[in-house]
Ligand binder design. Sequence first.
Ligand SMILES: Nc1ncnc2c1ncn2[C@@H]1O[C@H](COP(=O)(O)OP(=O)(O)O)[C@@H](O)[C@H]1O
Ligand SMILES: [Mg+2]
Length: 261
Amino acid sequence: MDAAELPYYAPVGREVALFEHAFRNRLPLLLKGPTGCGKTRFVSHMAARLGRPLYTVSCHDDLTAADLTGRYLLKGGDTVWVDGPLTRAVREGAVCYLDEVVEARKDVTVVLHPLTDDRRLLPLERTGELLEAPDGFMLVVSYNPGYQNILKSLKPSTRQRFLAIEFDFPEPEAETAIVARESGLERDRVAPLVRLGNALRALKGQDLEEGVSTRLLVYCATLIRDGMAREDAVTAAMIEPLTDDPEVKRALLRAVELTLS
Ligand SMILES: Nc1ncnc2c1ncn2[C@@H]1O[C@H](COP(=O)(O)OP(=O)(O)O)[C@@H](O)[C@H]1O
Ligand SMILES: [Mg+2]
């Protein structure tokens, strides 16, 4: 694929090289980092760059191993086996990306473990198949350590099977370029929004669980580019999504006044 046709991703460190090394050496990769910092975009970029199809699964607390591997379904009186996304990725030699993997049910780790050791096997008990992952297959998972939920952190026996890399929000200059490119708003109008985003991120911990994401900055800039007044766009994209607490909101609005006036 032409560089121009790849999903746009601006590297923030050496993550592109790490992904390529992991792929070449058939090693699974764990992406850690806050919501909206570019993890999903990075994976789509890398899959396209390596010329592999991509299967993305957003994990949730009802997601079972069978949702990933497949199940027998009734089709006009017959029962037919239908591959799940993980099985399809293994058969095709694709990248399989499990977003927020800690959300998934415990039995999911049972299918991931044999795939992440050097045999790279996917046993399908229901069909009696034992699939060996081809070279083109790569398992990528993400999780957000920021939620600090003891019940929902990755077990050491699982996480120690992955190479891992920590993602964070890009430096202001890089983030300005990303937001400008994604929204179409001029850089000099994006720069103050990024400054504000960083001021709001500084409030994380005391007042906020999560800071403004790059995604929200893109939303904000998109609204402004579309003609919305800046303060309305800021409220809709950078204040209201972060909190419901009136007092925290006031603190955020103070930061807005200080940064944007
Ligand atoms: N490094 C980056 N390069 C290009 N776009 C980015 C980058 N980081 C964030 N973005 C923008 O932020 C949005 C959210 O990123 P996403 O990959 O969905 O976040 P995550 O998966 O970490 O929650 C993307 O749709 C893209 O517009
Ligand atoms: Mg994502």
